[in-house]
Design a protein around this ligand. Structure first.
Ligand code: NAD
Length: 467
């Protein structure tokens, strides 16, 4: 039998045994990138068994390897630039900040606290333990941030992860997965803790969701994919869409509120799911608010005709945003309307009624409608309606604790930011850790390592109560 024929036979046998032939035959390591989904999942399962043998301190070190690699200046710039170029979404400088915060502020092993109880019957501990292989579906809007954030959290939790990135972020995702695996391998960590397929597609995502070796599904994206994983019959974590409203009342520091709103709503061209998407301002201060917004990077479209032209330009027939305008700059969008501005303009603002399409739809572009209302109670009511029960993120500028409390209770948002830009809710200039998977629908909230773990109990009878 010649060598080629022998390899074919070996391949056939391995394939029947559902083992991955290419790696075994050539011992070639492609840093987590596989031709087919089954091979990616099988490799992830093998890696998870090895990871499970490692101590929690070692897992934490693996997470630190990812942090260090991503934070190297060249790497940070490369993935940020590539993400903007490939997806044609967002701003390079803001992607750098988001990737940096994902690497620095995603919690490590300190998140996995053990609960212990002792008494006359001995000792009980409950610990956060791995699920095993996790399938994670990631969005175009935060392609690299979500990969970094999920990889750290999931590996610290003892899990491995098979990613299903958006096809429009394929190349940058491949580059980042390879980068993280390469650094991990050099450190001596198990291979293939982070995997994906060469050609992400809906078919591959479906294969991932139905594979019994994948024990937990995580979807970060719009309503369709969140509903899909929630109907999969598996344990699933859903991080879905928002439409964050901002309320500004007469007690707020109006100039600061204007600066904060422009900063938050223009951050990464408004694609973060937490970014300010519409404003409800009380009549007595709305002119002053707009005046200060215009002094700080906002361009106001005044004419009703032009506002309708803008809406038509960026919206599909079904009301959803046109993909080609998602995450584009204010300057780019204005140019399409024949309005030419310089780079200091980061946000388009316009006065609209409460029911305007730009208010009610999550547009994911730097267009911020402002609705004037007679008092703060109405503003809170309208904010509640515009948020559509997503319970995702809300922002309020006020010094009235009673009204702040009223808004917090009414909207039940996972993130409620007071007197700051929205991004302070994910640890950028605000207290607390970061996440790029905000799991409102399934309740894990600001996800971290423990969100991706199972709680298991261990009991020792009669011993180890040492009080
Ligand atoms: P999207 O829903 O179009 O895509 C998200 C992911 O789901 C992608 O990987 C995509 O390939 C996959 N997907 C979509 N439809 C699919 C289908 N029919 N079958 C299989 N896979 C499918 O969202 P997007 O445009 O990439 O991201 C923006 C949306 O995500 C916004 O609504 C935003 O609010 C939301 N988002 C939420 C969070 C959060 O943490 N809650 C974070 C980022 C983005």
């Amino acid at each position: 039998m010649n060598a080629e024929l022998l390899q074919d036979v070996v391949r056939q046998v391995l394939s029947e045994m559902k083992l991955e032939s290419s790696n075994i035959l050539s011992n070639e390591y492609n840093y987590g990138i596989f031709d087919d989904m089954e091979a990616a999942i099988n490799a992830s399962e093998t890696a998870q068994r090895k990871l499970f043998e490692c101590s929690v301190q070692q897992r934490n070190e693996f997470a630190n390897v990812i942090r260090r690699e991503v934070l190297k200046k060249d790497n940070l710039e490369m993935i940020s630039r590539d993400a903007v170029e490939e997806t044609e979404i967002g701003r390079f400088e803001d992607k750098i900040l988001k990737n940096k915060v994902a690497a620095e502020k995603t919690p490590g092993m300190e998140d996995l606290t053990t609960r212990a109880l002792t008494g006359k019957d001995g000792l009980m501990i409950e610990e956060y333990c791995p699920f095993g292989v996790i399938g994670s579906i990631t969005p175009t809007t935060n392609p690299t941030e979500t990969l970094i954030n999920n990889s750290i959290s999931m590996i610290v939790g003892g899990n491995t992860v098979v990613f299903s990135p958006h096809p429009r972020a394929k190349n940058v995702s491949i580059k980042l997965v390879k980068m993280m695996n390469k650094a991990l391998e050099e450190y001596g960590a198990p291979r293939n803790m982070i995997t994906m397929v060469k050609e992400p597609s809906i078919e591959n995502t479906n294969l991932m969701m139905s594979n019994p070796k994948v024990k937990l599904l995580v979807a970060t994206g719009g309503p369709f994919i969140v509903n899909t994983v929630l109907s999969s019959g598996k344990k699933a974590i859903g991080a879905g869409a928002g439409n964050p409203p901002v309320v500004v009342d007469e007690t707020a520091d109006i100039e600061k509120a204007a600066i904060d709103i422009v900063s938050g709503a223009s951050f990464d061209n408004n694609v973060p799911c937490i970014a300010e998407k519409e404003v409800f301002a009380v009549d007595s201060i709305s002119d002053m608010l707009i005046y200060h917004m215009k002094k700080n990077g906002a361009y106001e479209i005044v004419s009703q005709d032009m506002i309708e032209k803008l809406d038509k330009l960026v919206s599909q027939e079904n009301g959803k945003p046109k993909t080609e305008f998602v995450g584009k700059s204010a300057k780019y969008i204005l140019e399409k309307l024949g309005i030419y501005v310089d780079d200091s303009i980061r946000l388009i603002i316009c006065r609209t009624s409460k029911n305007h399409h730009l208010v009610q739809e999550e547009m994911l572009m730097p267009i911020l409608p402002i609705v004037s209302v007679s008092d703060v109670d109405i503003a809170i009511e309208y904010a509640y309606e515009a948020e559509h029960g997503n319970r995702h993120t809300a922002i309020m500028h006020s010094k009235n604790v009673e009204k702040l409390s009223k808004m917090a209770k009414k909207l039940e948002a996972t993130i409620f930011v007071k007197n700051a830009p929205s991004y302070s809710g994910i640890g950028v200039g605000g207290e607390g850790h970061t996440t790029f998977t905000i799991a409102g629908p399934t309740g894990e909230g600001i996800t971290s390592a423990k969100s991706f773990c199972r709680i298991r109990r261990c009991v020792m009878h009669d011993s180890f109560s040492i009080r």
